[in-house]
Design a protein around this ligand. Structure first.
Ligand code: HEC
Length: 121
């Protein structure tokens, strides 16, 4: 009984450690985006800010000049659509003006999403 409880606690703690490590590594992946995107301030750079990106309609920041491809895409940003776009922007939305090659490494992509979830509020 005690063994089982200990094991459960151990698993719980190691899970927390895993997700903290994922977010930390996702934060590093975000270094690739930082020059063009702010995530903590509603301030546009070369790209639109990413504050509250989850649930946001693509191309909806009013004072940002989007490509019509992105603006008319009808996409709502979610874990799934963000992964699709960020893995290969020009394939997912042909005509997007985001000059970014994409993240091919699935772990990096997953970690980036975890980081975005945490810091885009
Ligand atoms: C060289 C600059 C640049 C880099 C690097 C870049 N982006 Fe972008 N991003 C843009 C531009 C410009 C747009 C607008 C695209 C359009 O209008 O087609 C954009 C659009 C987006 C959008 C859609 C936002 C909306 O309001 O619909 C998301 C999400 C996004 N970028 C996330 C990222 C992430 C995450 C990274 C890093 C992995 C990244 N971008 C790297 C310039 C960049």
């Amino acid at each position: 009984m005690i063994k089982k409880t200990l094991l459960a606690i151990l698993l719980f703690v190691s899970n927390i450690n895993f997700s903290i490590a994922d977010i930390e590594s996702g934060k590093k992946v975000f270094n690739k985006c930082k020059s063009c995107h702010s995530i903590k301030q509603e301030k546009n750079k070369l790209g639109p800010h990413l504050v509250k990106i989850f649930g946001r309609k693509a191309g909806s920041i009013e004072n940002f000049k989007y490509s019509s491809a992105l603006k008319d895409s009808g996409i709502i940003w979610s874990e799934e659509t963000l992964k699709g776009y960020l893995a290969n922007p020009r394939k997912y939305i042909p005509g997007t003006k985001m000059s970014f090659a994409g993240i091919k490494n699935t772990d990096q992509l997953n970690h980036l999403i975890e980081y975005l979830k945490k810091d885009s509020n």
